[in-house]
Write a protein that binds this ligand. Structure first.
Ligand code: FAD
Length: 423
């Protein structure tokens, strides 16, 4: 009919082409003849694979332990590995760090890890999408899922009927998922949030990265190191609703090294009565940091932090502080805005880290604040395969079934297995 929207039918529609969506698509395409469509609102298959793309292949890194048993996660990680074909980086000489850590009640996780790099990630994505197309999966880019109407997905372009739908819009899609949960009457629980800082330092002050690319230290009090970048490593800021969070990434080994390292130290917060929303709490902290930073995150040299004084722009140029920040934000005092409890625990973790790797708290090291990781409210799943109602699956970082690339991919496999069980 003239003027009416196109209407089509697929067995499975996948919303989002991040690792969760791709993981589901590969598994379904390899194990069935189902007609599969991936709807992606951006111009290329994107999501978190486009970022730094460190792939971790050891449970529990990236896996929320409430939803994942080690045995199943390790089994699915083997499938993820067979698709992503990682080049694992060896870690050497870490015994000394491990022993020092143990004495302080800190764990250094030994994990299987591969690093693709921001520049190589795009090539990886292209090869994954063309492989999927070769397996018969249809991609539709620049198409945004808007709402569900029974077994029909309405997008900005058309209506698509489906038997099953897998929804994987990622962390940035959390308000979208919330709207769908409200519309579909799906119950949910508020999820945890991670709040912390990012440190940037000279590589010589954190030499462990020469032996172990992304060392994962787990401190007491739910504090951990996260997302370490070295080689050609940069701190970046990401825009959220009302505030910026810092983050980090690095390029592959082809880029010129800048001699710097950055990594986050995050404290996991789960709030109970009377403040029930971790997300609202995190957003308030993000906005408070913007108030103090004049609309930007704050940076402070450790030397100033130790002396309890704010950093000024001059502190980023003087001879004593012999490297420039890779992200220029507002010089200031983090203690003015980060809650005491969080800061105390992070600082106590950093002192332990400095005992394990002397030098990390060199006066020149820069602290950036805030780094906030938010996850959507987690739906109440009705089965093991992350289904929220018959034929509807919510997966990936947005739905709280993962916190990293490989775990997101594994969530996709778990949902796909649910669909295959039912046919
Ligand atoms: C800067 C940065 C660096 C990171 N580095 C690492 C790392 O090194 N290692 C690691 O393991 N993890 C890393 N992560 C986390 C990792 O990116 C996520 O864990 C992972 O991408 C989650 O996968 P996902 O498929 O759930 O979501 P995403 O990867 O976010 O993918 C969601 C996709 O859905 C699409 N989408 C959203 N809404 C709609 C809609 N309505 N209609 C159509 N499409 C939609 C989005 O465009 C996107 O392509 C990083 C994250 C960031 C932000």
């Amino acid at each position: 009919m003239k003027g009416s929207m196109r209407r089509e039918k697929y067995d499975v529609v996948i919303v989002g082409s991040g690792p969760a969506g791709l993981g589901a698509a590969f598994y379904l395409a390899r194990h069935s003849r189902l007609r599969i469509l991936i709807v992606e609102k951006r111009v290329i298959s994107s999501g978190g694979l486009r970022n730094d793309c460190k792939q971790n292949y050891t449970y529990p890194v990236g896996f929320p332990e409430e939803l994942w048993e080690e045995e199943e996660a390790e089994d699915l990680l083997k499938i993820v590995e067979s698709e992503l074909k990682p080049n694992f980086m060896a870690s050497h000489n870490i015994g000394i760090y491990k022993r020092r850590a143990e004495k302080l009640g800190v764990k250094l996780l030994e994990i299987k890890q591969a690093h693709v790099g921001t520049d190589n990630a795009v090539r990886l994505i292209h090869s994954l999408t063309s492989e999927l197309e070769g397996l018969g999966v249809v991609f539709s880019f620049k198409e945004e899922a808007l709402r569900l109407d029974g077994k029909t997905l309405v997008t900005n372009k058309r209506s698509i009927d489906f038997e099953s739908i897998i929804v994987a819009p990622g962390r940035a899609g959390f308000s979208f998922l919330q709207r769908w949960m409200d519309d579909l009457g799906i119950s949910y629980v508020d999820n945890v949030v991670d709040i912390g800082i990012r440190l940037e330092m000279k590589e010589e002050n954190y030499p462990i990265v020469r032996d172990y690319y992304d060392p994962k230290f787990v401190f007491p009090n739910k504090t951990r190191t996260f997302c370490t970048n070295s080689g050609a490593a940069y701190v970046v800021k990401e825009k959220y609703d009302g505030y910026y969070s810092v983050n980090g990434h690095s390029f592959s080994s082809k880029r010129k090294r800048n001699g710097l390292v950055n990594f986050a130290v995050l404290r996991t917060i789960r709030l109970t009565d009377p403040i029930r929303s971790g997300q609202e709490y995190a957003a308030i902290l993000g906005k408070a940091a913007m108030q103090v930073g004049g609309g930007n995150p704050i940076m402070q040299r450790i030397g100033d932090f130790r002396m309890g004084k704010r950093s000024k722009l001059a502190n980023f140029n003087e001879d004593l502080y012999d490297f420039e920040p890779t992200l220029y934000v507002t010089p200031g005092d983090i203690a003015l805005t980060c809650p005491a409890k969080i800061l105390r625990e992070i600082w106590s973790s950093l002192k332990k880290l400095d005992t394990i790797i002397p030098g990390v708290l060199h006066p020149s090291t820069i602290i950036y604040y805030p780094e906030i990781k938010m996850y959507a409210n987690r739906p109440i799943f009705i089965d093991h395969h992350f289904s929220v109602k018959e034929g509807v699956y919510f997966i990936g970082d947005g739905a709280g079934t993962s916190r990293g690339i490989t775990a997101a991919w594994a969530s996709g496999i778990r949902a796909a297995q649910g669909i295959l069980k039912g046919i």
